[in-house]
Design a protein around this ligand. Structure first.
Ligand code: ADP
Ligand code: MG
Length: 242
């Protein structure tokens, strides 16, 4: 079943086009990596999908339903699409547990008790249950990112978007976050992941797509795209980085 469909998505900043007719589809349960040069619009595309950025034109569908921020509640939509950022964005003055329960209590209206029970389950899933009373400042980057993943999952999203989730981490901490993402993938979560971890993209994702000059120029089964890219921009990008 199709989970995400984007058609002819345009977005400019100050008259400079960044997304120039993006088309893509993601099937339910697929793990899709998004690669491309710095400045090519990867973050802008994810931010449009999570309505952190308003598109200029084009359509975005989730599960066959066309989403327009003018007619849908933005908060409800953000609930359906979880987002994990490069720099974690945890609340510094809240404990790990409070970071995970905040939105379920204040946005979804769960009782504190219900939210905490679910938060403990999620923190256990990402291996952070023993740090529930800790503040973010005393966590490693990898631990912070695993808490950020638990926090996003607490909203019971249908889709998870990751924007370079391991780019700010010391190399020895990258693996634990990738493992958490692999586990989520194995459970059937639909995911779009912007990453520079080409091994992860090749080995752990179903499909990889390349964005170039504001369009998705190639999408393929990950192993095939890396071993045998078809389009010139993909060949050029991979030859620069591999
Ligand atoms: P990527 O994530 O692929 O590195 P971005 O989506 O962050 O690329 O940025 C694409 C282009 O859009 C860049 O040229 C960037 O400077 C520009 N851009 C992104 N966000 C804004 C903004 N809020 N205002 C103006 N320009 C922006
Ligand atoms: Mg970016």
């Amino acid at each position: 079943m199709e989970k995400i469909r984007v058609e002819n998505l345009y977005k400019s900043f100050d008259g400079t086009p960044v997304l120039h007719g993006v088309n893509l589809t993601v099937e339910e349960g697929d793990v899709v990596c998004l690669i491309g040069s710095s400045g090519s619009g990867k973050s802008t595309l994810l931010r449009c999908l999570n309505f952190l950025e308003e598109k200029d034109s084009g359509t975005i569908q989730f599960g066959g339903e066309t989403i327009e921020p003018t007619t849908h509640s933005i908060n409800r939509l953000r609930q359906r699409v979880g987002m994990v950022f490069q720099h974690f964005h945890l609340f510094p003055h809240k404990t790990v547990l409070e970071n995970v329960t905040e939105a379920p209590v204040y946005v979804m209206g769960l009782s504190k008790k219900e939210a905490e029970a679910e938060a403990f389950r999620l923190l256990k899933k990402v291996g952070m249950q023993e740090k529930s009373d800790t503040y973010p400042a005393s966590l490693s980057g990898g631990q912070k990112q695993r808490v950020a993943i638990a926090r996003a999952l607490a909203m019971k999203p249908e889709v998870m978007l990751f924007d370079e989730p391991t780019s700010a981490l010391d190399p020895e901490l990258v693996g634990e976050v990738l493992e958490t993402m692999k586990q989520l993938a194995a459970e059937g979560m639909t995911m779009i992941i912007v990453t520079h971890e080409m091994n992860f993209a090749k080995e752990a994702s179903d499909y990889t797509m390349l964005i170039h000059e504001g369009r998705i120029v190639e999408k393929g089964v990950s192993k095939e795209l890396f071993d045998n890219p078809q389009e010139e921009p993909t060949k050029a990008f991979l030859s620069k980085i591999l």
